[in-house]
Design a protein around this ligand. Structure first.
Ligand SMILES: NC(=O)C1=CN([C@@H]2O[C@H](COP(=O)(O)OP(=O)(O)OC[C@H]3O[C@@H](n4cnc5c(N)ncnc54)[C@H](O)[C@@H]3O)[C@@H](O)[C@H]2O)[C@@H](O)CC1
Ligand SMILES: Nc1ncnc2c1ncn2[C@@H]1O[C@H](COP(=O)(O)OP(=O)(O)O)[C@@H](O)[C@H]1O
Ligand SMILES: [K+]
Length: 514
């Protein structure tokens, strides 16, 4: 699913008005009515105090339409105009007038701190102060009002975007935005909703389709996407009846050290459950019986040393004779000099795209000279700390995206930024995951992900698609697991266990949205 910038959405608004054609006031009525219906469906006429804060631009205009519709349906509404300027938009003014038709209670003007209303936890607050037209950080008494609303700890619904938050740039100052519990956003997700620094502000969100120009939405070029089920299905390759295991690739998982062999078990198992035809684990000698006992389906090759990875020529010859389709390196290896040398040797002797995880990434960060030896389009799977070691620190989330894109382009690599809404970065293109939950913040879940990506590359998916599909399925497996065993109860093994269910779910009929 495409994620549009605020400039593109403003363009889409304008084109819709021209091409449909529809008057902008009618488009506002249509958009805000859709929001009203969502609210009405949830509240079902509940007699709770609803307090709507409207700005003086079109976001405020939306707020006035919502207020009018709610009043018409018998809700207890108080409408406030946050009168930070006299430059009111045309459609705001029309709706400011229209609300008179449904109530004798004229909206209350807020012109400064003395006008702030008393709010309680029991209020239902609708935030329609600023939308995409926000062009500088909020300041002065409007910022105070935002803090006043946040302090009430009442349920807060934001229209289009929590007021104060930007769609395509970072928030300059903490607390300078509404902390919404829920955001109903028009037509497209806003990038900032998916970034960790917005966590306190966005809450849950839902996209409302307001019927903007289809042609524009379909043809506009974007570089940001939301990885939904449809994005995965369109990339998925079904199996042929007469296929055999040789057609689904051979994954070599290389890593582990004394006391950290579980990471290799998890990754190797995930690569097989993900559909690879064959999997071979290359581990220190201490890992052989562990692997062979835990995972009879995998082949195991022991390197020369007992406790950590130190490959001699014989092991390297075995690796090259095996001709694995994909090599995955790095989990649980540690950073002994012999391991670093082994890794460097593997990089130089591998042609196909690899998957590099954990200590593989840490070694690259410590020895950037090795970056030039990584096969093109390899996938690096850092969590935020590993990413920082690799690309340096960032000022904010948008700067992190920019620096990761530059790194990806410079070295011709696919780089993941793992976390909630894991991002797959492929040059200029960013793919944000939609699945997963905090239950997955648990030891070994990254190892499972690296195994699934390797598996998909081995099955002939291009690296970017392998990463996109893998993060989605990994997150979905986490969601199924959390449903069964609670978020606290999720362990990395569950992600392997529920991976099959996540794959099956791709093709299950979905329940219609109510
Ligand atoms: N046809 C359309 O254009 C539609 C627009 N819609 C709504 O319109 C919104 C965008 O409306 P607008 O472009 O009027 O802008 P907003 O309503 O977001 O408000 C911006 C207004 O505040 C001023 N402003 C910006 N930053 C400020 C700051 N820090 N302090 C004080 N004032 C500031 C701007 O000069 C402008 O007057 C969308 O988010 C959406 O809610 C919807 O009604 C759907 C249709
Ligand atoms: N809050 C969260 N929501 C969704 N997914 C998460 C969350 N926290 C972690 N994850 C996922 O769990 C995995 C953790 O990876 P990583 O930190 O490398 O774990 P480990 O090193 O223990 O294997 C990543 O795929 C990440 O996206
Ligand atoms: K808003």
């Amino acid at each position: 699913m495409k994620i549009f910038s605020s400039a593109q959405l403003q363009k889409a608004d304008q084109l819709t008005v021209e091409r449909e054609p529809i008057a902008s006031i009618d488009l506002m009525e249509r958009a805000a009515t859709t929001v009203f219906q969502e609210i009405h469906q949830r509240l079902q006429g509940a007699p709770i105090p609803i307090k709507i804060f409207c700005g003086i631009g079109n976001n405020g205009g939306d707020g006035l339409v919502i207020a009018r519709k709610l009043i018409e349906h018998g809700y207890h509404v108080t409408t406030y105009i946050v009168n930070y300027s006299d430059r009111r938009s045309k459609d705001f003014l029309i709706n400011y007038d229209r609300i008179k038709n449904v109530t004798k209670d004229w909206p209350i003007l807020i012109k400064g701190k003395n006008d702030f209303p008393t709010l309680t936890r029991n209020d239902f607050i609708v935030d329609a102060m600023f939308g995409l037209g926000l062009n500088r950080p909020v300041s002065g008494w409007t910022k105070d009002l935002i803090e006043h609303i946040n302090a009430a700890e009442a349920f807060t619904l934001s229209i289009d975007i929590p007021s104060g938050l930007f769609s395509d740039q970072a928030l300059a100052e903490e607390h300078a935005a509404i902390q919404a519990d829920f955001t109903l956003t028009f037509q497209s997700l806003k990038t900032s909703f998916l970034l960790p620094q917005s966590e306190a502000y966005v809450g849950d969100f839902q996209i409302v389709d307001i019927g903007l120009d289809r042609d524009f939405l379909q043809t506009a070029i974007v570089h940001k996407f939301f990885i939904t089920r449809e994005e995965v299905i369109k990339r998925y390759k079904p199996r042929n009846k007469f296929s055999h295991k040789g057609m689904y690739g051979h994954v070599a998982i290389i890593g582990g050290s004394l006391g950290k062999m579980g990471s290799i078990v998890l990754a190797t198992k995930a690569s097989l459950v993900g559909g690879a035809g064959l999997a071979t684990a290359f581990v220190p000698q201490c890992g052989i019986s562990i692997l062979q006992t835990a995972l009879p389906e995998a082949m195991v090759v022991a390197v020369a040393s007992h406790d950590h990875l130190k490959a001699d020529q014989k092991t390297m010859d075995v690796l090259s004779d095996l001709q694995p389709t994909t090599v995955c390196f790095g989990m649980g290896t540690g950073q002994e000099q012999a391991t670093i040398d082994t890794f460097h040797h593997i990089l130089k002797n591998t042609k196909n795209a690899m998957v590099i995880d954990a200590d593989g990434i840490n070694i690259l960060a410590a020895y950037p000279i090795m970056l030039k030896d990584i096969p093109a389009k390899s996938v690096l799977t850092p969590h935020p700390k590993e990413l920082e070691r690799l690309i340096g620190s960032w000022v904010d989330d948008f700067d992190k995206l920019k620096k990761t894109k530059e790194f990806s382009k410079l070295h011709d690599l696919v780089v993941l930024i793992k976390g909630a809404h894991t991002v797959v970065v492929d040059g200029d293109d960013l793919y944000f995951n939609s699945t997963g939950n905090p239950g997955m913040a648990t030891a070994g879940s990254g190892d499972v992900l690296a195994g699934i990506i390797s598996s998909l590359i081995a099955q002939d998916y291009i690296s970017k698609d392998a990463a996109i599909i893998a993060v989605y399925l990994h997150g979905k497996a986490g969601d199924f697991a959390a449903d069964k065993v609670s978020m606290q109860g999720v362990m990395a093994s569950h992600l392997v266990e529920y991976l099959g269910e996540a794959i099956l779910d791709l093709f299950k009929p979905q329940e219609p949205k109510t």
